[in-house]
Write a protein that binds this ligand. Structure first.
Ligand code: ADP
Length: 421
């Protein structure tokens, strides 16, 4: 009962409010109707009817036009009343610092504490961020020359991080300002990697190209009438074009892998059959290098989900490296064993050689693009420096992992951990 009364009261108030808001319109309408009544001599009934219609129109027009805007404004006002600057700062994922006209910290959010540590209200921002670009940013904003500005700022310790820092005034005449730090380190790292990659790829292509250009010049000049030199130079030029073709093939492989968004589900790869064909395809290289390939395959089905061509490329690259770089060991073992990688059942495929091995400091970087332990030996072995990065890319797509164990003088073992599901 109480609710009904309250509801009726509320409706009454809303109606009164609507009529009040339209008071000028109503007033003008009433004057117009009385003018018609007095000067045009209309009847009393017409006068009453016109007044009722005017009141109804005023109420309806308020309902249709103003209510949603009023409701939105009311929601906004009550929401903002509940919002504190501290909650808002805490909800921002980037480091954020609020400061006053004397560049003293008023508040720093949790992300700012995590990024810069040792921040506290009352501390001077100019002492915390002494870099000239930060001082210039603070000076510009505090002097009132600009309402908002941004600079790039690099923190050197504990690890190098680059931020895009924007500063702006908060509201009108609050005397408060805000600094927001956007971490750009990852974007910068990717940009640097891309630039390095292009520089490396261009260098790798330019070297054989320069050699071919040099030999063409010699063949047209001093060696024009020397058939022995001509044969020798043509052979070198052929080798160099082969090197460029291998590099372009590897670059295309990498870019194709990067563009493939996901692995086609549902396909399975028989490891025994795939690795047997890899060994067969590399038999000529192995015998050329005097390497014997031994197999140690577990019994039973050795099947994993994956893309057969891509896994073929993985084992081919690893076995080719073992035959090339581990040549002096005279033999290479390829084993497939049941493997448990963490909680995940699967298979471990290990390609082990007994050559010179890889020094410990090179192991973490060996899968980087164009990283070689010995550039000359890679070139004489027709390497491009991209083989292991292609391997890593394919394995990531297979949710698989590569582990490398090696001791200098005792060879190297590359193990691929493939999940069975
Ligand atoms: P590349 O085309 O030069 O062979 P990879 O990416 O396949 O490029 O290998 C990178 C480098 O890792 C090689 O240049 C070589 O120095 C080293 N490496 C790879 N496999 C072996 C191995 N089995 N024994 C010794 N060094 C190896």
């Amino acid at each position: 009962m109480a609710e009904t009364v309250a509801g009726q009261d509320g409706k009454g108030q809303a109606l009164a409010a609507r009529l009040w808001r339209n008071r000028w319109l109503l007033g003008a309408g009433v004057v117009a109707i009385f003018a018609v009544y007095f000067f045009a001599g209309a009847s009393v009934y017409v006068l009453v009817l016109a007044l009722v219609a005017l009141a109804a129109a005023a109420m309806l027009s308020t309902d249709a036009g103003r209510q949603p805007a009023d409701a939105g404004a009311a929601i906004e006002a009550s929401g903002l009343q509940r919002l504190s600057g501290e909650y808002l700062a805490a909800a921002v994922a980037d480091p954020l610092i609020i400061f006053d006209h004397s560049a003293t910290i008023v508040h720093a959010n949790a992300a700012a504490f995590a990024a810069f540590g040792g921040l506290a209200p009352g501390m001077s921002l100019s002492l915390k961020f002494r870099a000239p670009e930060m001082q210039a940013l603070l000076d510009g904003i505090l002097s009132g020359q600009v309402a908002a500005d941004a600079v790039d700022y690099t923190e050197k310790l504990p690890v190098e991080r680059t931020y895009r820092v924007s500063a702006s005034t908060v509201g009108h005449a609050t005397g408060l300002y805000v600094l927001v730090f956007k971490d750009q380190s990852e974007t910068r790292r990717i940009d640097r990697m891309r630039a390095d990659f292009i520089a490396n790829a261009s260098h790798e292509l330019r070297t054989p190209l320069a050699s071919i250009a040099g030999f063409i010049e010699t063949l047209r000049g001093p060696a024009r009438n020397d058939p022995v030199a001509r044969d020798q130079f043509l052979q070198i030029m052929q080798n160099q074009t082969g090197r460029m073709a291998r590099l372009i093939d590897d670059l295309l492989s990498l870019s194709r892998l990067e563009m493939k968004p996901y692995l086609r589900p549902g396909t399975e790869v028989d490891l025994r059959q795939t690795i047997d064909s890899v060994i067969d395809s590399l038999a000529p290289l192995a015998s050329e290098n005097g390497v014997v390939i031994e197999r140690e395959f577990a019994d039973g089905p050795l099947v994993v989900p994956g893309d057969r061509d891509e896994l073929f490329q993985v084992f081919e690259n690893l076995l080719e490296n073992a035959c090339k770089y581990g040549q002096s060991g005279g033999h290479v073992t390829v084993s497939i064993a049941d493997g448990q990688d963490g909680q995940q059942p699967g298979f471990d495929v290990t390609i082990r050689d007994y050559g010179p091995g890889i020094a410990e400091e090179h192991i973490p970087r060996i899968t980087e693009r164009f990283y070689r332990v010995d550039v000359e030996s890679s070139r004489t072995q027709k390497g491009t420096g991209l083989g292991l990065s292609i391997v890593k890319h394919i394995l990531t797509r297979h949710n698989a992992r590569l582990s490398i164990k090696s001791e200098v003088g005792k060879g190297a073992a590359f193990t691929v951990h493939l999940p069975a599901r």
